[in-house]
Each structure stands twice: as C-alpha cells, then as structure tokens.
Design a binder for this molecule. Structure first.
Ligand code: AMP
Ligand code: ZN
Length: 459
C-alpha cells in the first residue's frame, strides 16, 4: 500500500516516504480567528482531514498540527471596532471554528497550537536568525533578509521581480532589500504587544508557523499543507526562516496545496458580496452534505460552489444512506481493513471523486445482495470505506429524519425569534424562555450574540 502525493516543490506526484518509518508529521495552516470560517476555509480543513484518516490507516503514529492564528492585524481591527480585547474576538471565532468544523465531520488535529502561547519561542527563533546574519533590526522592526537565502523562490517558481510585485511588499526606507519581510513589528500602546529585545511588539504572520511547526513536530516535517494562495509568500517565507534557523536542514518533505473554491464561477470576495459562511450554510443543509460537496472535486482542482453541487451531494448521500437503510436490520460485518476499492483511489494523490464513485458501487452491492449475510458484509464494507472519507457516521434514520425536516419553516423561526426579542425587551423573561423552549422542540438552538440572536439546527 503506497500513498502518492503531489508535491508543490518538485511539481511531481511522488511516492510518500516519511522521515521515520512509523511516524508521520503533518502541519496545516489553520484559520485566522477574526470572523466565521467561509466555505473556502473549510476546504483545506476537510481535505487534510481525509489525508489524516488515510495516513492513520497506513502509519501507527500520525502527529497532525493545525494552528490557530490568534495574533493578526485583522483581529486587532475587529477588536477595535467592537471595543473589546483581542482575546474576546479570538475566543469567539475559535469556538465557532471548532463547532463548524465538527459539523462538517472534521476531526480535531492532534495538536492545535495558538500563536499567543508561543511568543517566547518565536522571539528565540528570530534571535537565532539575527545571530546567523539572516535577519536584522531596523526601527523597531526585525526583517528577514531575503538575499541571505539562495533557495528563496523555489517553491513558488517565481523570479525576483514577480516576487516583489506579488508580495505587494511595502516599500519601507528601513529595508535593505525590497523583498525583505517582517519577522517582528513594533506595537503602539493600544495594540497587543509583548516585550522583546527589539522593544514591545508582535510577530509577523510567517514566523508564527515556522515556530509552531518546529515546536510541535521538529525541524523537518513530512507534510505541510494549506490552500494554494499560501504558496507565496507565506510558505516561501516559512521555508526561508526554518531552513536558515536549522542550519540548512530540509524543512518540509512534501508540500501539499488545495485548489481554490469559487462561488458560481466567481471569486469569493467581500466586494462581490458572495462570501458564504459555513455557519450560515449549516442552517440550510446538513454538515455532511457540505463535506461531501467539498470532496466532489479533486483537491488540487478549482471547485465551483453552486446550487447543483449541493444538490448532487445531497442525492449521493441519499443513495448511500438508502443502502444502509436496507441493511438496517442486520449487523454490518466490519472488514479488518478498509476496502481496497475506496482506499486505492485515495492512495493515488487523494482522488476523492473516484473514491466516492466506489462508495456508490459498494452501496449498489448492498442493494443487490440477496441474503442477510451478504447484506451484512456489503454494508460493513460500505461503512468502512465511508469512514476513510469521514462520511456515513450517522444512522440512516437520523439522515432521512434530518433531510425530511430540511423544509423547516424559516419564516416561523424568525417570527418566534422576533417575538422573543420583544418579550425580553419588556422584561417578560418567562415568555422569552417559553419561546426558546418552543424552538428547541422544533430542533432549533438559539445563540445570543452582540449582533442579536442567531439560530442553528440542533445536532
Ligand atoms: P485564512 O484564515 O485566510 O488564513 O485561511 C485559512 C485557510 O483557508 C488557508 O489554508 C487558505 O489557503 C484557505 N482558503 C482561503 N480561501 C480559500 C478558497 N476560496 N478556497 C480554498 N481555500 C481557501
Ligand atoms: Zn502558516
């Protein structure tokens, strides 16, 4: 059983060999927690969750780290707008991220490091880079000196001019080279900051990932993942920092990047007003439908998020759960190993569309099996294959029950929420509670936030 993965660095699909035979390390750039995750952010979470599941079949130990970026200028901005400390924003959206990802069947990583827990280590790594002549201090900033690392640009394949243009690097008078990037920057008193040899300040984004990867996974990691947008400059900069801090040792053995998600053929962007939050989508469709929709395209291809895609995902799940329903009265006989038919395509650079086609084939075998014994075997294979993709964890009854109420009366819910807000305004808390209970009986959970009350389906 050999896994092959496309490696962005060599631009080839290569057999995967971890540094140590029995232990695999994987680092994936996680969310910056200043808002709810959108459906594009969910793509790497789901894709690398599938890779994590496949790796666990193949290796006794898989150490998967996915960080939380809880220091960032976007978080500062959100905190300033709301007049709350940055910790409030970070905690709120970290929790939302965990809830949303759980709803998509994304398992938590083994370690989930946060930047704010790693400031001393970040400072130590920057000091090392300064000592070794790869970084310098200028006006309270510390900058990485790009010409000090000859390998710069290999991952993205960009030449110097393209890199400078692409990074939209600020032209700052204190930079020795226009491509130099920030490792540490000074904070004004109202901004979050930590004491450092260069005064009170905060880390740049790239150094955070280099430090957390080193801290939790070691100097050389097997797989580093993230969306394609991160190849340049983020991952290029991570390579420069880590390689120079580790005396030239290889930083990452396989670079794996997922393609971008578009909305109805268009780039998803705030200015186009087409950003779809997972949090909102979960009110319309079950998380499993979203997960399957994200796996319908190969992870390296662009994915066009359309109404058709969700409909196709829902129908596929109906067929798969339909087969399990036929097997409801027999105890599925779990095979010892996941079925080759589903594992095979996944070993081939995570070919999820083919793996899903194979699942449908297994469902057909359940439907055409002509004895209880055969049904039990086929259903066991279907469940074991689906496990690899993180699908079919529910019971068929729960699935069909949930989709049956997908025509829940949104208008009625909104009316009840408005009535509850009125009751609360006139301090009639008994009535407000009664309405909350009524909604709970409809399977609706309320969340009171600063911007009013939102609702979601109980899971
Ligand atoms: P961010 O919170 O912006 O740092 O993004 C978190 C992860 O989501 C990164 O791995 C990004 O590459 C990925 N990502 C952001 N937007 C998209 C998109 N439209 N399609 C696919 N991946 C995305
Ligand atoms: Zn990162």
């Amino acid at each position: 059983m050999q896994l092959t993965l496309h490696d962005t660095m060599t631009r080839r699909t290569r057999p995967f060999e971890p540094l140590e035979a029995e232990r695999v390390t994987m680092y994936v750039c996680g969310p910056t927690v200043y808002n709810y995750a959108h459906i594009g952010n969910a793509r790497p979470a789901v894709v690398f969750d599938v890779l994590y599941r496949v790796l666990e079949v193949l290796y006794p130990r898989v150490i998967y780290a996915r960080n939380i970026t809880d220091v960032d200028d976007k978080i500062n901005k959100a905190a300033l707008e709301e007049g709350v400390p940055i910790g409030v924003i970070a905690a709120r959206y970290t929790r939302a991220y965990h809830e949303d990802m759980a709803a998509l069947g994304v398992r938590p990583p083994v370690v989930e490091p946060r930047v704010t827990d790693h400031i001393p280590q970040i400072i130590a790594m920057i000091e090392k880079l300064v000592e070794r002549g790869h970084a310098y201090e200028a006006e309270g900033h510390v900058l990485f000196h790009v010409p000090s690392f000859p390998g710069y640009g290999r991952l993205s394949g960009r030449n110097r001019d393209e890199m400078i243009a692409g990074a939209r690097v600020e032209v700052a008078p204190y930079k020795r080279d226009p491509a130099d990037f920030v490792l540490w920057k000074p904070s004004t008193p109202e901004l979050p900051g930590w004491d450092s040899p260069w005064g009170r300040g905060r880390p740049g984004w790239h150094i955070e990932c280099s430090t957390m990867a080193e801290q939790h996974l070691g100097e050389t990691i097997d797989i580093h993942g993230g969306g394609q947008d991160l190849i340049f400059p983020h991952h290029e900069n991570e390579i420069a920092q880590s390689t120079c801090a580790h005396a030239g040792r290889e930083y990452v053995r396989y670079w794996v990047h997922n393609g971008f998600l578009k909305i109805e053929h268009e780039k998803m962007s705030k200015s186009l007003g087409n950003v779809r939050l997972v949090h909102d989508l979960l009110r319309e469709v079950p998380g499993e439908t979203i997960r399957l929709a994200l796996l319908l395209a190969h992870y390296r291809k662009p994915l066009d998020w359309t109404g058709d895609l969700l409909a196709q995902a829902g129908q596929t799940l109906d067929r798969l759960y339909g087969a399990l329903r036929r097997a409801a009265d027999v105890e599925p006989e779990r095979p010892d190993a996941p079925p080759e038919a589903v594992l095979g395509p996944l070993l081939d650079d995570l070919n999820t569309p083919r793996a899903l086609a194979e699942l449908l084939q297994l469902a057909k075998e359940v439907n055409t099996a002509n004895s209880d014994e055969r049904i039990a075997v086929a259903a066991g294979r279907l469940r074991a294959g689906a496990d690899l993709l993180g699908l079919l964890a529910a019971s068929p009854d729960a699935w069909f029950g949930r989709t049956a109420d997908s025509d829940i009366d949104v208008e009625r819910i909104e009316q009840l929420i408005a009535a509850r807000a009125e009751a609360r305004a006139r301090r009639d808390f008994a009535e407000a509670d009664r309405i909350r209970d009524e909604l709970a009986r409809m399977g609706i959970v309320l969340e009171d936030g600063r911007d009013g009350t939102t609702w979601r389906r109980a899971r």
